[in-house]
Design a protein around this ligand. Structure first.
Ligand code: NAD
Length: 310
């Protein structure tokens, strides 16, 4: 069986999981890792039986495909030379920090005929797959995403860090241009970026979506409730469970939705390798990631212009 030679750039919290999963995949040979922290690179290379490379370019020489799992503000500067080298990339979400960089990454991937997949991992969660096939005409959506303050790099606010997951999902489900966005947010633990953000998006097809995101929370929550004519769905991304309620013959019915649970990151990496083996475009490509980023940046600008308070 043909194996794809893979590597990981940035093996902090999430990059270590990319390395773990690649090392377990039958279709992949994990060649090596790069990290600006040499001890961390050594630790992860030893754990998953691969080599440490001094630079991303040196690793790219030996690989067909790479994951870029460095802090968000470095994604474009790390990814563009690798695309120019002809490497297929899985860049973690958010794609980058501005639309100019996003355009350059998309153009570089096109010019050098590389696949560019972006790590919007919830799109690979089994519960999203259910939503994508059971939501026809959403009228009202509530997305809640809460997490404790992370013990890692927080170079972007919570909108680009966490809300972007829900923005990507809702844009895919609603399939309508946006009419207006209202957003507020505050910083709590961070100095210059928001840790709590609340946004309301009105779509031209009259759907309204409310997003409530915090990274200053004792508990973790990743849920979405979607109301459409004659019923609603309530889904928990973390627990991978949910239920639906609907009206039939004048009665209100309610049922649990059965899901086959799966590790979303594993599904995402399998899908990336599948694109390369079978030569098809990624499900979550640079265009989808750019549209989520564009909305996230509008929300961030409103928060910073209007309401960011210490
Ligand atoms: P982290 O700080 O734990 O890890 C980043 C690693 O990159 C560190 O080990 C650091 O030393 C290394 N690094 C920094 N600059 C580098 C460079 N130029 N070249 C090589 N290595 C470099 O951060 P993290 O939590 O793993 O987040 C990394 C990225 O993954 C971020 O973009 C974040 O948004 C994303 N992320 C996505 C999800 C998800 O659900 N999809 C979850 C967590 C993080």
């Amino acid at each position: 069986m043909k194996k794809i030679n893979c590597g990981v750039i940035g093996v902090g919290y999430l990059g270590a999981h990319h390395a773990r999963i690649y090392s377990e995949m039958e279709t992949v040979q994990l060649v090596g890792v790069v990290d600006s922290n040499p001890e961390r690179a050594e630790e992860i290379a030893n754990r998953y039986h691969c080599s440490v490379f001094p630079t991303a370019e040196a690793l790219a020489q030996q690989c067909d495909a790479l994951s870029v799992v460095t802090p968000t503000s470095t994604h474009a500067s790390v990814a563009i030379p690798l695309l120019e080298h002809g490497c297929h990339l899985l860049v973690e979400k958010p794609l980058c920090t501005n639309l100019n960089e996003a355009e350059q990454m998309i153009q570089a991937a096109q010019k050098h005929q590389c696949y560019l997949q972006v790590g919007h991992v919830e799109h690979y969660n089994p519960v999203y797959r259910f939503l994508a096939t059971h939501i026809q005409k959403p009228k009202y959506i509530v997305a809640d995403r809460l997490a404790p303050f992370p013990n890692r790099n927080t170079d972007v606010g919570v909108t680009l860090d966490l809300m972007i997951h829900d923005l990507g999902i809702v844009l895919q489900l609603v399939k309508s241009p946006i009419q207006s966005i209202e957003a507020i947010g505050v910083n709590v633990m961070s100095k210059n970026v928001e840790d709590i953000a609340n946004a309301r998006i009105r779509f031209e097809n009259e759907c309204i979506a409310n997003f409530n995101t915090s990274r200053v929370s004792a508990k973790k929550e990743r849920t979405i409730r979607i109301f459409q004519p004659e019923g609603y769905l309530s889904i928990d991304f973390m627990e991978q469970r949910g239920h639906r309620m609907w009206k039939e013959d004048g009665q209100i019915l309610n049922e649990e939705i059965p899901f086959h649970k799966a590790e979303p990151l594993r599904v995402e990496l399998n899908s990336f390798i599948d694109c390369i083996l079978k030569a098809h475009q990624p499900e979550v490509d640079g265009y989808l990631a750019r549209s989520a980023l564009e909305v996230a940046l509008s929300i961030t600008h409103q928060i910073h212009n209007n309401a960011l308070r210490a």
